[in-house]
Design a protein around this ligand. Structure first.
Ligand SMILES: *Cc1c(COP(=O)(O)O)cnc(C)c1O
Length: 359
C-alpha cells in the first residue's frame, strides 16, 4: 500500500494515524466486541465517545461555558438556510459580507427567509480581497452579520475577527476551523461542515451562544432546531455515529500535535513556503491580496493554461493528487489543511520547480 499526498479541498486528507487507529478498532472497539458503527447511540459506549468528542472540541477551541456545541447533519449548506430560521427571531433583516462563492451561496439561501443586506462585497475584484472593515454598511437593527472566514474556492481568508458591535457575528468556518486559535466569545454562532479541516463528511458543527437560542421559527424541523438539539445533546434523532467517532479521533490527534496553537505555526510555515515558491516563479501566479491569502487553500494558475493538463498528469504520477482547481476559478488549488504533512507541501514545491524547469 502506498498513500499519496491528497490536496483535495474536501472531503480531504485525514491524518494517517487516525485512519490506522480506526482500522485497528474497526471490528472491536476497546474490547466491546463490536464496531462503533454497530453501537446504539444511547448505549454507554457511544455516550462516552460523544462526551469525549464534545469535551475535546471545547478544550481545543477554548469554547466558553455560555455556548452550546451541536453536531448536526445537512452540511454547511444546510446551515445557510437554518441560521436565518433559527436566529432571526422577530427581525426581518440580516447582514452578509460577500467574499466569494460560499458567501454568495449563503446569501442566496438566506434570501428565502429574510431581507439580506450585503454589507460589503469583493465581487468586483474577482473575490481576490476583503473589503476594508471601514467600508462595511451594517444595519444595527439586523438580526446578525454573516461572513465566511475562509473562502475555500478563492483562497481568501480573514485573519482578524471583524468587529460588528452588538450584532451577533455568524461565521462559516468550514474550511479553517481548528487551523488557528480563535476567540470564540466574539461570535454569536460558528458553523462548519467537517469534511474540510476536521474529519470525514457527514457532520456539521454548530457552536452557538446561549442567548441567541430560543428564537427559532416554530416551523423549523425539530432536528434542525438549535435549542431542541442542544437540550438533547444533538441526539434528538440518530446521529452519524461513526462520523462522530472519526471526528473524535481527529481531535485526539490534534491534541497530540500540541493543540491548535502548535498546528497554527505549522500551517503558517506550510503556506508561507508554498506562496513563496509561487511568487518567485514566472510560471505560477496567485492573484489574492497578500494580506488575505488563505493558509488552507492555495489557488494558483499557470502562465500558460495549455500546460494545465500536463501539470496535473505529471503531478498525479508523482503521488500529488487532486490539484485541479475548482471549475469556477480554473487552474490549480492545493488544499493544505491541518492533516497535510509538511513533507507533502515540500514535495509539491519540488515538483512545481521541476515542472517549471522542464516546460
Ligand atoms: C465546502 C464548504 C461549504 C459547503 O459544505 P457542505 O457541507 O457541502 O454543505 C460551505 N462553506 C464553505 C466555506 C465550504 O468550504
Amino acid at each position: 500500500m502506498s498513500r499519496i499526498f491528497n490536496f483535495s479541498a474536501g472531503p480531504s486528507t485525514l491524518p494517517e494515524a487516525v485512519l490506522l487507529k480506526a482500522q485497528q478498532e474497526l471490528l472491536d472497539w476497546q474490547g466491546t466486541g463490536m464496531s462503533v458503527m454497530e453501537m446504539s447511540h444511547r448505549g454507554k459506549h457511544f455516550m462516552a465517545i460523544a462526551e469525549t468528542l464534545k469535551n475535546d472540541l471545547i478544550e481545543l477551541l477554548a469554547i466558553p461555558s455560555n455556548y452550546k456545541v451541536l453536531f448536526l447533519q445537512g452540511g454547511a449548506s444546510g446551515q445557510f438556510a437554518l441560521i436565518p430560521q433559527n436566529i432571526l427571531g422577530n427581525k426581518t433583516k440580516a447582514c452578509y459580507v460577500n467574499t466569494g462563492a460560499w458567501s454568495t451561496s449563503a446569501i442566496k439561501e438566506a434570501t428565502k427567509y429574510c431581507q439580506v443586506q450585503v454589507s460589503a462585497s469583493s465581487e468586483a475584484n474577482g473575490f481576490t480581497t476583503i473589503p476594508d472593515r471601514d467600508s462595511w454598511q451594517i444595519d444595527q437593527d439586523a438580526a446578525y452579520l454573516h461572513y465566511t472566514s475562509n473562502e475555500t474556492i478563492h483562497g481568501v481568508e480573514f485573519f482578524e475577527t471583524p468587529n460588528v458591535g452588538d450584532l451577533p457575528l455568524v461565521c462559516d468556518m468550514s474550511s479553517d476551523i481548528l487551523s488557528r486559535p480563535e476567540d470564540i466569545s466574539q461570535y454569536g454562532l460558528i458553523y462548519a461542515g467537517t469534511q474540510k479541516n476536521m474529519g470525514p463528511s457527514g457532520v456539521t458543527v454548530v457552536i452557538v451562544r446561549e442567548d441567541i437560542l430560543g428564537l427559532a421559527n416554530p416551523q423549523v424541523p425539530a432536528v434542525f432546531n438549535y435549542q431542541q438539539q442542544a437540550a438533547a445533546d444533538s441526539m434528538l434523532n440518530t446521529p452519524a455515529t461513526y462520523n462522530w467517532y472519526l471526528l473524535g479521533l481527529v481531535l485526539q490527534w490534534l491534541k497530540q500535535q500540541g493543540g491548535i496553537a502548535a498546528i497554527e505555526q505549522l500551517n503558517i510555515r506550510k503556506a508561507n513556503k508554498l506562496y513563496q515558491a509561487i511568487d518567485q516563479s514566472s510560471l505560477y501566479r496567485n492573484a489574492v491580496d497578500k494580506r488575505y491569502r488563505s493558509r488552507m487553500n492555495v489557488p494558483f494558475v499557470l502562465a500558460d493554461s495549455g500546460l494545465d493538463g500536463e501539470f496535473l498528469k505529471l503531478a498525479e504520477q508523482q503521488g500529488l493528487s487532486s490539484l485541479k482547481g475548482h471549475r469556477i476559478s480554473g487552474g490549480m488549488r492545493a488544499s493544505i489543511y491541518n492533516a497535510m504533512p509538511e513533507t507533502g507541501v515540500d514535495a509539491l514545491i519540488e515538483f512545481m520547480a521541476e515542472f517549471e524547469r522542464t516546460h
